[in-house]
Design a protein. Sequence first.
Lengths: 95, 215
Amino acid sequence: MESNGGSTSRRAAAERIRRAIALINAVADEAGDEEITPTEIAEAIRDCLELSEVDRAPNVRRYLGEALDAVSDGMPADFVAMILYAALGALREGV
Amino acid sequence: MRSAEGRGRTLDEAVDAALIELQESRRHVDVKILIETPEETVVEVTVMDQTAPSMGVAPAPVNGKAELARNLVEGLLKHMGVRAQVSVRPGADPITLDISGRDLGGLIGWRGETLRALQSVTNVMVGKHLAEGERVIVDVERYRQRREHTVREIAMRAARQVKMTGDAITLDAMQPFERRAIHLALEGDPDVTSSSIGEEPERRVVVGPRKPGGE
């Protein structure tokens, strides 16, 4: 059975992934009121990787790593977002 | 295009009055607030164009990219076990796909998260057929369109309040497409200005008085 701590840290990890997705979506949807650099997006993804929770569910770290690589390679925002959604899904399913 | 004027004490009452006259549901209309005072609200309700893909009526001319995107999303939904119709919104720029059917709340998700994910996947799938910067918008049961209308109404109300009080108003956190709708709604107003503060996903629009001589 999962402890409350596990549930809390999973939520924290999900929130960090959601923040990274929100940054990506802001780039894709062009609200026109902010300028987000690839560095900021990469930092947001690295923030996710810092949490040990991402190792408790299969594939979450792998997806986050792929998303980071995609940002470095200059892949389109939707492509990066899709990988992050996969990470979010894996986190929900895996624990 | 059919439209009707509605009056009531509140916005809801005014819209309902117009909907009764038009015999339409809220889902299919665009609402424009004409007058809003503490005593009375007057709105103009316009029935939006309806697409009818299930009736075999194809919008002409058919956009090849849009049709490709429509087929891909239709296939994706089939694999997901979702029974829904996908149609291309006529005349929409950028290309907009409307998904309609029964019980599609799950396809929208919490604060539109699933819908947004579906849009990302769609754009990745059709990306190589699109020009640089070209995108496909995916909407489920006109959720996105209704949200845009709602936030535009919120923006107009905030603008009126700012003009009356002279104080800036900070709105709730919104998604980028919602903030964009607000900025566009207020950009032509000579008395108020809009900007955003905070970080995603808690970024909020601030509506404030436009300073004389300022932007």
